[in-house]
Design a binder for this molecule. Structure first.
Ligand SMILES: C[S@@+](CC[C@H](N)C(=O)[O-])C[C@H]1O[C@@H](n2cnc3c(N)ncnc32)[C@H](O)[C@@H]1O
Length: 382
């Protein structure tokens, strides 16, 4: 099939952009049911049709583009599929926004003219590493972060000024130094070259401040669809007490807070907990509290009397101890949110061996043009 993107299939960004979106959804549903059949067949009758994404293009909130170069020029792009040391130059990118072609062209021309060196991940040398871009879908604001191997604000400042003049929607341009050899867009501090050091995005009624290092839902518009499903399955009454495990910056709990009595979030990452507190305060939400620590430890040492547990663990799933202690809380409902169907079905089997039954399994497509599926499951205590 032909692809809308001319960089497919060299670019590692989109795996299935050559497949019509309706067919992608069908394939995801078939694979999802096959996965359930293998790991927890009892769940199959409860699987609802996958909820598709209304905007399968330009849906991402954040991308990390890599710098590459050849004898004649510097260019921005994404890693060639299966090659950590090769960058495919891009003139468009359907993952983030339709402005990418213009922004890439301006950056490419500037650094090519200056013959700036780019990072070589084999030799661990070269100045320009990544351009990390965040785009808020609701406000159409951009944050650009040039990630370099050593400070070079005087080099990037004129480029930042011309980008900001051409695109008023760029509200933030930063330069961050990553001295490590690892090939991830990591850094410890940033210099502001233009505007502020954050952008804002709304999920439903809640407004979030997003700093360069904050975790935020990659597909904000579809996150609202996902969170509406969570709300529908988790909330039964305005007085409900919710325990939000693996709460990150608190986005699920804050989304639910105005519809329930109280929310307690648990998260191990201190900077995410700081963001969660700040977001609660910014939004005037006072019925939420957050606990810093590992889920398995907090559930071991504290008791919780709640109506519903929402759990949204990382891809690897919950640890056996965390799972056991969550079940032991004995909440009437558990809403399990997962980005990994294999660990999800394996853990659903354990939860159902221990006094719960599956009520509904709702897959949601958060990542069109990839093979990923997100799922919300409601479990009810028997
Ligand atoms: C999939 S994210 C969920 C984020 C959040 N629920 C949201 O929707 O934005 C998983 C989160 O779990 C946190 N985490 C990972 N292992 C943890 C653990 N053992 N205890 C507590 N939090 C953990 C990560 O830092 C991350 O924020």
């Amino acid at each position: 099939m032909s692809s809308i993107c001319k960089h497919f299939p060299d670019c590692g960004g989109c795996r299935t952009i050559d497949v019509p979106y309706a067919d992608q959804l069908l394939a995801k549903q078939v694979d999802f049911i096959a996965c359930a059949s293998q790991h927890f067949p009892e769940a199959v009758p409860f699987i609802a049709p996958i909820i598709g994404c209304e905007t399968p293009l330009y849906y991402r909130n954040k991308m990390e583009y890599a710098f590459g170069s050849d004898e004649t020029r510097v260019y921005l792009g994404l890693k060639r599929r299966g090659h950590f040391d090769q960058v495919v130059p891009l003139t468009e990118c359907f993952l983030l926004s339709d402005k990418m072609g213009d922004i890439f062209a301006i950056c490419n021309a500037y650094f090519s003219e200056k013959q700036t060196s780019t990072w070589n991940p084999r030799r661990h040398s070269g100045l320009l590493r990544h351009l990390s871009i965040r785009h808020s879908k609701g406000d159409d604001q951009y944050l650009l972060n040039f990630i370099v191997s050593e400070a070079c604000a005087e080099l990037i400042l004129p480029l930042a000024q011309s980008l900001a003049a051409k695109f008023p929607e760029i509200v933030s341009i930063l330069m961050s130094v990553n001295e490590s050899h690892g090939d991830h867009a990591l850094f410890s501090s940033s210099d502001i070259l233009h505007g502020q050091d954050f952008i804002e995005e709304s999920l439903g009624e809640v407004r979030f401040k997003i700093s360069p290092l904050s975790f935020f839902q990659s597909n904000p518009r579809q996150a609202e669809v996902l969170y509406d499903q969570i709300r529908k399955l988790a909330v039964e009454s305005a007085s409900d007490r919710i325990l939000d495990l693996y709460c990150g910056i608190g986005s699920i709990g804050l989304y639910l807070a105005r519809h329930v009595g109280s929310v307690i979030g648990i998260e191990e990452n201190p900077s995410a907990i700081n963001d969660a507190h700040a977001n609660a305060e910014r939004n005037g939400i006072s019925n939420v509290s957050f606990k810093l620590g590992k889920v398995k430890n907090i559930l071991k040492f504290e008791t919780f009397d709640v109506d519903c547990i929402v759990t949204d663990p990382p891809r690897c799933g919950m640890t056996p101890k965390a799972l056991k202690r969550m079940i032991a809380v004995g909440a009437p409902r558990i809403v399990y949110v997962s980005c990994n169907p294999v660990t999800l079905f394996q853990e659903l089997a354990v939860i159902c061996e221990n006094g719960y039954r599956v009520d509904i399994v709702q897959p949601v497509d958060m990542f069109p043009n990839t093979l990923h599926v997100e799922t919300v499951v409601k479990l009810v205590k028997i």
